[in-house]
Design a protein. Structure first.
Length: 184
């Protein structure tokens, strides 16, 4: 059922655009009620990109053995890389990436989801006394930016017709980030 709803949402948004697609359209395509769609997804945007909540849950649930901000960041980036790898294996990764380039509203949807990720992760890092408020916020923002940059780079390369390796782009993003602060 979940997969059918997501597939219908993607099909409809690709055909009609995000603004023109409604929960009613998605429900009709799957052959269920709107209420059934809402039972699984809070919005049509959530149906398009349900993996974001899984990413947030994985990051918030991860407890690093490190005590330094750098060590915690390294651990969290490893979690993100693993999840990014899993996302890449899903057949809808490329479809969603194309939508991010073609549908400006999708960028706003992603920005709201990213804001939720930063807030949840930084709050959890502080709650655990792993990091102070400022450090927790910086780590959460860097983790989120890394995810976003890797995904946007992949989406742009797909749009440009390039044959790209999403994990290589993720690794390059992490290397570029590390290169910004040599010796830090």
């Amino acid at each position: 059922m979940l997969r059918d709803i997501q597939s219908a949402a993607l099909d409809l948004v690709e055909q009609q655009g995000l603004d023109a697609t409604t929960i009613g359209d998605i429900a009709a395509r799957v052959g269920v009620s709107e209420r059934t769609v809402f039972r699984y997804y809070a919005s049509k945007e959530h149906a398009l990109m349900p993996g974001q909540q899984g990413l947030i849950d994985a990051l918030v649930g991860h407890e690093s053995a490190h005590t330094s901000a750098a060590g915690i960041l390294e651990d969290l980036l490893a979690v993100v890389r693993e999840l990014f790898s899993h996302e890449v294996e899903q057949r809808d990764f490329r479809r969603i990436s194309r939508l991010l380039v073609h549908e400006p509203e999708m960028v706003r949807v992603v920005a709201r989801q990213e804001r939720s990720m930063v807030e949840a992760l930084s709050r959890e890092l502080v709650r655990r006394d792993a990091l102070g408020a400022l450090q927790g916020l910086v780590v959460a923002e860097v983790v989120t930016a890394t995810w976003r940059i890797a995904w946007q780079s992949f989406a742009q390369e797909e749009f440009d017709g390039k044959d790209s390796d999403p994990l290589a782009l993720f690794d390059e993003t992490v290397r570029e980030l590390a290169g910004l602060f040599p010796g830090a």
